[in-house]
Design a protein around this ligand. Structure first.
Ligand SMILES: Cc1cc2nc3c(=O)[nH]c(=O)nc-3n(C[C@H](O)[C@H](O)[C@H](O)COP(=O)(O)O)c2cc1C
Length: 165
């Protein structure tokens, strides 16, 4: 099998040379969350942001390899029973130890949608990401009811631009 010296176009993060990879891990169970997801994708795939590939994964399908291969992260979830969704929590449970100390200092941002109170979900995501050593590079987009899609688009764009830099 070719090692990295023989394949110089591959970086340690698995990116093709010159291309950076942004991983969007999301739980999208409703139209409101789908609208937020779509707007974040739109921002992160702006044609002006050359050099970034966006990889999208439903939270229940995302793997530790997805996380290791990425240069930065976007996370999206509803607030459920005062916390992030079980699906996003399962994602963190799956990747935490395999990615601990291998993904430190990588940029991330997140969005949350709820109808009653999102503080627990926001706190939990920030806390786990901090334990992983990820750097939050944009304020979270938090929606109650109708989401601010321009803010979602900006979130995607800011995190993608940070991954590029
Ligand atoms: C089991 C369950 C628990 C929920 N818990 C919360 C909660 O703690 N806080 C909150 O703001 N919304 C809560 N919600 C509402 C969801 O966040 C909301 O359904 C989701 O963001 C999608 O919004 P939509 O149903 O208006 O499309 C809960 C929904 C379900 C199904």
């Amino acid at each position: 099998m070719a090692n990295q010296e023989e394949r110089p176009e591959l970086s340690l993060a698995g990116s093709v040379r010159g291309m950076r990879r942004l991983l969007l891990v999301h739980h999208t169970p409703s139209p409101a969350l789908h609208a937020m997801f779509t707007a974040v994708v739109e921002g992160a795939t702006d044609p002006e942001l050359e050099g970034v590939t966006l990889v999208r994964r439903a939270a229940l399908a995302a793997t530790a390899s997805d996380v290791l291969e990425a240069d930065g992260y976007l996370l999206g979830t509803p607030a459920n029973i005062g916390y992030m969704s079980g699906a996003l929590k399962h994602f963190f449970d799956t990747i935490y130890y395999p990615c601990l100390d291998s993904t430190r200092d990588r940029p991330f941002g997140f969005y949350v949608h709820g109808n009653e109170g999102t503080e627990g979900a926001e706190r939990a995501i920030a806390s786990i990401a901090k334990a992983l050593g990820w750097e939050q590079v944009a304020a979270p987009v938090v929606a109650m009811g109708k989401p601010d899609l321009a803010a979602c688009k900006e979130l995607g764009g800011v995190v993608a631009a940070t991954v590029m830099s």
